[in-house]
Design a protein around this ligand. Structure first.
Ligand SMILES: Nc1ncnc2c1ncn2[C@@H]1O[C@H](COP(=O)(O)OP(=O)(O)OP(=O)(O)O)[C@@H](O)[C@H]1O
Length: 244
């Protein structure tokens, strides 16, 4: 089991946002973290990447908790935030070099991977550009290239589809497929439910800080038999109580 989130209660203050959530992401699997605005998706991710500490419960990555070995834990994760976070004073080349250092990557090997990724995301001739010169989507692509440059065990991708052009979305989905085949795990938060339905192996449906349902689309259909066939129908049905 790559990632295990076990009975996590947590949030930003003493009042918990996450109320006893449990789920896992297995090797070679893409899991969709789905929920309305404010459901707790980013808060969950912030706990997994170690920005927040659970009040209760435990998060392990291949058996290691962040408290046991912070560096070993963090080096297994590559995170692509919803809003790109780049250093204004560093070029694209320097962002890549910094990632290689942070993940202890072999420079020669990493540059082979980097060049391929830069070509895929049409950034190959922009190595000496600074973030100020990039569009929003280009900044997002820089984050994607940095993340997939690593050989992380777990990729966490927060809402990847909103700022990217359709070509880049397709390239990202291909990249996810490729890393899955190599055994990596991916946790992806998104509101784009038709794409999630097509590509995710399993889903975690978060609602008001709780896991309302989880499993494959078939598992969800069986759990909510009257909801409808699509992930969108199932999700809307699950949130109906709040909208009544
Ligand atoms: N920095 C913060 N400090 C205090 N409360 C926060 C903070 N960030 C989020 N929250 C609260 O935590 C709850 C869950 O928010 P979270 O950002 O995890 O939702 P989300 O599912 O990622 O939503 P969205 O789809 O809008 O990104 C919300 O009630 C929100 O107000």
């Amino acid at each position: 089991m790559a990632l295990t989130v076990s009975h996590v209660v947590g949030g930003y203050s003493q009042i918990p946002v996450l109320k006893d959530i449990s789920f896992d992401v297995r090797d070679g699997e893409l899991v969709g973290l789905i929920g309305l605005n404010g459901a707790g998706k980013s808060t969950t991710i912030n706990h997994i990447i170690g920005l927040l500490t659970p009040h209760k419960g435990k998060i392990t990555l291949n058996g290691v908790t962040i408290a046991q070995d912070s560096q070993a834990y963090k080096q297994q994760i590559a995170y692509i935030p919803e809003t790109p976070v780049l250093y204004q004073e560093l070029t694209l080349r320097e962002h890549l070099e910094m990632t290689m250092m942070a993940y202890d990557l072999d420079q020669d090997q990493a540059w082979v991977t980097a060049k391929q990724l830069l070509k895929t995301f049409r950034l190959a001739n922009k190595l000496d550009w600074f973030p100020a010169n990039f569009s929003k989507g280009m900044k997002q692509k820089v984050m994607i290239v940095c993340a997939f440059l690593t050989q992380a065990k777990l990729y966490i991708i927060d809402e990847p589809f909103l700022g990217l052009d359709p070509l880049a979305v397709n390239d990202l989905l291909n990249l996810i497929e490729e890393r899955k085949k190599q055994g990596a795990s991916i946790l992806m938060s998104t509101h784009v439910l038709d794409t999630a339905q097509r590509y995710c192996d399993r889903f975690v449906l978060l609602h008001s800080g709780q896991v309302e349902a989880e499993g494959t689309l078939n598992d969800l259909r069986q759990a909510l038999p009257k909801a409808g066939e699509s992930l969108s129908d199932i999700y809307l049905s699950m949130t109906e109580v709040d909208r009544a």
